[in-house]
Every structure is written in C-alpha cells, then in structure tokens.
Design a protein around this ligand. Structure first.
Ligand SMILES: NC(=O)c1ccc[n+]([C@@H]2O[C@H](COP(=O)([O-])OP(=O)(O)OC[C@H]3O[C@@H](n4cnc5c(N)ncnc54)[C@H](O)[C@@H]3O)[C@@H](O)[C@H]2O)c1
Length: 331
C-alpha cells in the first residue's frame, strides 16, 4: 500500500468527529492508501484525543495507518502531505475575562494561531503539501497561514465546499431535480454571508440553473440569502454549528483536489488570487476550480459575470480586503 500523512488540527472538535473516520476508511484517499493520522489539539484537550484514537482503531479500517495525538503543531505537520486546519476559537468564548464577539477580535485571535501553524507547515510539511483551512474566518486564516508558510510549492485552500453543496441542494429542491444533475457551482469570494453563490454559471442538466428556474426575483431575493444564511439557520435549529455537513465538505474538497475534475464540471474552494476576474492578487478568494492532474488545481477562466454577479463579487472582495486590513500586523 502507498502511505499518506494527514495532519488535522481541532482533532477533538465536533467536525473532526465526523471527519476522521472518513479520512482513514479508504473513501478519501482510495482503498490502496494507508493514512497516517496526526491529530493536533490545544494542551487542555489533547488527552481527549486518546479516546478518539481508540474509536478510530475500533472502526477497523484496512487503510488505517499510524495515529498520533499531540499539542505540538510542529510534530503534527512534520512530513504531512495534507493538513486540515479545523481548529479555531469560536465566537462567544471568554478570554482573559473578555467575551469575544467582534469579528475583528476573532480575526486577531485566530490569526495569531495561524501564524505559528503557517510557519510550521512551511518549514516541516512536505514540499507539495496541500492545506485546507476550515476554521473560521477561513479565508483570512488561510491568508495568514500561507504568508507565514512562505513556501510556494505548497497549496493553500480555504473551504467553500459546504456553501457550494448547500447552494446545489437548494437548486435541486427548487427544481425537483436530482442533486447529481446540478454541476458547476461556484462560491465566489469569502466563506461568510457576503459569499456569492453563482446560479447563472451553475448548471442543471447542462443548462444555466438561472435559466431553468427563470425567476430572477427568487434568485436574487430568496436564493442568495438562503445559501448565505444557511450556516446560521443550522445553528438556530440544531443549537450547534454544522458538523457532519462541514466534515463532508472537507472530504469533498480533498477528493476534488486529488482527482481530475470531470469534463464540463468544476469545484469550489478559495485559493490565492492571481488577479483572475479582477480580484486583488494574493487574497484567498472563492473561485471556480478544476483539477487537471492529481493535486494540480487551476482557476477556470472566462466565465461570464453579469452586472448582478459583479456587484456581489465587489461586496465580498471588499469584505476580504477589510479583513486583511484588520490583521495587517500579522501579515
Ligand atoms: N469553512 C466552513 O464551511 C466551516 C463550516 C463549519 C464550521 N467551520 C469552522 O470550523 C471550525 C471548527 O468547528 P467545530 O464545530 O469542529 O468546532 P469545535 O469547537 O467543536 O472544535 C474546535 C476544536 O479546535 C480546537 N482548537 C482550538 N485552537 C486550536 C489550536 N490552536 N490548535 C489545535 N486545535 C485547536 C479546540 O480545542 C476544539 O477541540 C470553527 O471555526 C467553525 O466556525 C467552518
């Protein structure tokens, strides 16, 4: 069997509970690859990972390799081929007597985590490592991590696949279509309520979803907010943020990067802008992507963006620029 080293931060959190079994079951990296798992947690929680590892052993998957629990990010990412950065500090937590509510405070605290994690990844993870940031604010965390990694042979992503899956599911529900008939879904910009899920370039059985639905009012006034606010709706209904669907989206992203994208389709993730579609270079921006060979990802060019799309993309770009500004001392 081949072997792959996968590091996951936030290994004792709720997303990881759904994510880890699927990483080592053969589903994600294939039946012929053994997965060595490195689970990273904060020191207060690291002991709990022993219980997680016991359960993973008890799953009895053929593809399970070695497993390690650590509070040392350097040990965790040493030799990693994939790093899934799931751990972060949630909004509402009390630190030094202060409740962290403001997005700017959250940006700073989590940004601080990603400086150290980024530099450990840049110097110790594999040359061609892929890094997927799930922990919020994902795009700006990835911006900070990538900067501190300072290693251009590695590829950083921030996760927008959950938004893309939500956006596809709502199109399928609206039209009574099978979800497999919905393709080419792009989440442009930030993984936040300013994201732009693109129903004009998404397709249902090969035809523009917006054309199939033929209801501009629904698309612009109902569909967009539905997708943009879906995370909050799940929290309100479940009393906790999305976990199984977030883990599923992380698996989808890894698989999308590891496997050539089917012809006439694309996938969604945020990567460093190269200036495509007029987005300032370097911002970690949600784009339509295609994998041309395992691990080789490119931005799909030439999609048409109408005035509505352009105005939405402008809003999410401005938000990302202001997040960048808020963490400028970390960059
Ligand atoms: N991008 C997306 O689509 C998406 C979707 C859902 C959730 N999220 C985000 O994913 C993150 C994790 O969500 P969750 O529900 O699993 O949260 P959780 O609170 O259940 O788990 C997070 C874990 O991260 C750990 N952690 C915190 N700082 C760490 C550090 N420096 N190193 C290692 N581990 C650390 C915590 O101890 C905790 O166990 C949150 O930021 C959440 O907002 C993103």
């Amino acid at each position: 069997m081949k072997e792959i080293n996968v590091a996951v931060t936030g290994g004792a959190g709720q997303i990881s509970y759904s994510l880890l079994p699927r990483l080592i079951s053969g589903e994600t990296f294939g039946p012929d690859t053994k997965v060595n798992l490195r689970l990273v947690e904060i020191p207060q929680v690291v002991d709990k990972l022993e219980g997680t590892i016991m359960e993973l052993v008890d799953c009895g998957f053929d593809q399970t390799g070695s497993m390690l629990a650590t509070a040392d990010i350097k040990e965790g990412v040493d030799g990693a081929d994939w790093v899934l950065l799931v751990g972060s500090i949630p909004r509402g937590i009390v630190i030094d007597g202060k409740k962290i509510e403001e997005r700017s405070d959250l940006l700073k605290i989590n940004g601080g985590i990603f400086t150290d994690q980024g530099s450990a990844i840049g110097s110790l993870a594999n040359k061609e490592a892929k890094i997927l940031v799930v922990g919020n604010p994902a795009n700006t965390n990835a911006l900070i991590g990538k900067k501190h990694a300072n290693n251009d042979s590695q590829q950083w992503f921030a996760m927008t696949a959950l938004d893309a899956n939500r956006a596809k599911a709502q199109l399928a529900l609206k039209t009574g279509s099978d979800i497999t008939s919905v393709s080419n879904m792009t989440i442009w910009g930030n993984h936040s309520p300013t994201m732009y899920p693109d129903p004009y370039n998404a397709k249902i059985n090969g035809t523009s979803a917006a054309e199939v639905i033929n209801d501009k009012k629904w698309i612009e006034n109902e569909y967009l907010p539905l997708v943009q606010q879906r995370g909050k709706a799940v929290i309100d209904a479940r009393g906790a943020s999305s976990a199984a669907s977030a883990a599923n989206a992380a698996i989808d992203t890894v698989k999308a990067v590891e496997n050539v994208t089917p012809e006439n389709d694309s996938f969604s993730a945020a990567i460093a802008s190269d200036g495509s579609y007029g987005v300032p270079e370097g911002l970690i921006f949600g784009y339509p992507l295609r994998t041309t060979a395992p691990g080789k990802v490119e931005i799909i060019q030439g999609l048409e963006l109408n005035e509505f799309a352009q105005s939405k993309i402008q809003i999410t770009t401005e938000e990302l620029l202001s997040e960048k500004e808020a963490v400028s001392d970390l960059l």
